[in-house]
Design a protein around this ligand. Sequence first.
Ligand code: NAD
Length: 296
Amino acid sequence: MTAEIIDGKAFAAGLRERVGAAVPAFHKASGRAPGLAVVLVGEDPASQVYVRSKGKATLAAGMQSFEHKLPASVSQDDLIAVVEALNADDMVDGILVQLPLPPQIDEKAVIATIDPMKDVDGFHVVNAGKLAVGEEALVPCTPLGCLMLLKDKLGSLSGLNAVVIGRSNIVGKPMAQLLLQESCTVTVAHSRTKDLPDVVRRADIVVAAVGRPEMVKGDWIKPGATVIDVGINRVPAAEDGKTRLVGDVDYASAAEAASAITPVPGGVGPMTIAVLLRNTLVAAHRRVGLAPPAGL
Ligand code: NAD
């Protein structure tokens, strides 16, 4: 079997279009465009790239983008004061503090300051708790994007065996909660899991969010399974000494066994920003008491 490629890039483009198309109606009803504020601390090159592309995508969707750049030496109190000002700013519907933060700052304390209604990353404990008990929440962008791709490919996920590899608060745990909500039988595997290949072999759905290049091999994949590769790993390329991006799944061998698989790049990666825009639009609607548009 050679797997069908799940084209996250195309799906993300469609989602961004649908979000953009819903902005004028929100503007008409509320008198303003939805607004996303991104706070960047320090000069980490990868974070700068992410923040720049988030800002561009926000504007392209017709939303307002607010960027706050703070020096790496900023104190926790000063950063929290910026977040509090954004909480109080009515033009701001979504607040994203780009992680990681410098060592003098407690990430948890900063995230806890974000108004849960504006927590478009879905990292606040209120949103994590709401997701866990099945209440309306803002859900972390990457796992929600993975779920969208899975539902688009498979339709109903009910009764399927899903194995999530990785238990981070950002990807693995919310992914498991989302799959449980879809009535999957969910196993969460992690660094202490015994016989991981055997655990993965039981899965109709495999979501790999580990951060280890090409760890999941093709002979771990049950024939016909659907594989979602969240990993983004930069490895040296043998040919030219440059680096290349690979996922947590050994794509070539896994594609022989799976029925569908996300590539890296071009799979899950583009979904994250698209879902961030979606979350911002949803947060904007909820904040002004409007129902978010259906089908997002
Ligand atoms: P993390 O480091 O916080 O968590 C990794 C998880 O993998 C841990 O729970 C750990 O228990 C598990 N793990 C580590 N080694 C393992 C092993 N040998 N066997 C089984 N499990 C093991 O990472 P994260 O933030 O969840 O990110 C995971 C990957 O996803 C990274 O490659 C990251 O770059 C990528 N990522 C991509 C996006 C995106 O937009 N596509 C977003 C977030 C993260």
